[in-house]
Design a protein. Structure first.
Length: 279
């Protein structure tokens, strides 16, 4: 295992993995180190990779079976890979609110592998927040309340997703359906057993048994609490960067900071290729 190095990225979350070529099959000892770091650091970053769709699928499958993305059609020949595209004149990024992936489903996915195809020299970073810490740092009183209730997660209409993403193969006209699911606010990780907070501000609309006003107050507080800087890291992409995240204990957001596009001018194009690891 010569050359493999794992460097923590912030105190709370993330690690950079150096000395590995993801386009090649991984030896068992390298895989075991990567998998251990994945469970420990929640999101792993790799730089300077060159991955064909086939190689991305093969690497991603080490983490589990892959699944298709509900509202976006996959690549020809690789239905489990989608392209996330922000055109240069678009401001809104796909994944632009803090979220846990697809919590509008009964069983949200295990994680995702995101590969940067085209990214600007600055801008379009992705932030990640550690939901173990978010749960552990709540008061005992808030934890007791949250253990009694469930959050209602709603995908919204598929057209909501299609609205801003001209460069993407959205499924809105191909039978994508609105979905909802209720989830407890605390969940135990299936591999580590550690408890984490489950909120997903992009999808969690209300708390069962509470009024809209009460829900908004508590969800607003939890969203601010969970995304405070000390629980996060911020990844700056380069072409060929790869991030692998654990959706079972982590939130993320694609930063919406193309200010040139916001001002009506020509901003930057950003293209990522994503595999989703099934539940
Ligand atoms: C996502 O939420 O899947 C997209 C994240 C990103 O593009 O940075």
């Amino acid at each position: 295992m010569t050359g493999l190095e794992i460097r923590p990225y912030s105190t709370a979350v993330g690690a950079e993995v150096l000395g590995v070529d993801l386009s090649r099959p991984l030896d068992d000892d390298v895989w075991s180190a990567i998998h251990g770091a994945f469970l420990d650091r929640l999101v792993l970053f790799f730089r300077d990779q060159t991955l064909t769709p086939r190689q991305q699928v093969d690497f991603s499958r080490r983490f589990g079976e892959l699944e298709e993305y509900p509202f976006v059609r996959g690549l020809d020949g690789y239905p489990e890979l989608i392209e996330i595209v922000k055109e240069a004149d678009e401001f809104v990024n796909f994944g632009h609110d803090w979220h846990v992936d697809m919590t509008f489903r009964e069983r949200p996915p295990t994680g995702a592998v995101l590969y940067a195809v085209e990214v600007p020299p600055v801008g379009g970073d992705t932030l990640f927040a550690n939901m173990y810490l978010a749960w552990e740092m709540l008061s005992d009183g808030m934890k007791a309340v949250l253990r009694q209730v469930a959050g209602v997660h709603d995908s919204g209409e598929p057209s909501r997703h299609a609205r801003n993403f001209r460069g993407m193969r959205m499924r809105e006209r191909e039978g994508g359906e609105r979905r909802t699911a209720a989830h407890p606010f605390v969940r135990a990780h299936p591999e580590t057993g550690r408890e984490s907070l489950l909120i997903s501000p992009s999808y969690c609309r209300r708390i069962e048994g509470m009024t809209d006003e009460e829900s908004a107050m508590i969800l607003g507080h939890l969203g601010r609490h969970a995304t405070q800087d000390r629980f996060t890291c911020r990844f700056r992409w380069e072409p060929g960067s790869v991030a692998v995240w654990d959706n079972r204990c982590l939130m993320h957001v694609a930063l919406e900071d193309d200010l040139a596009a916001l001002g009506g001018g020509k901003g930057f194009r950003r293209t990522m290729r994503r595999a989703t690891i099934g539940a």
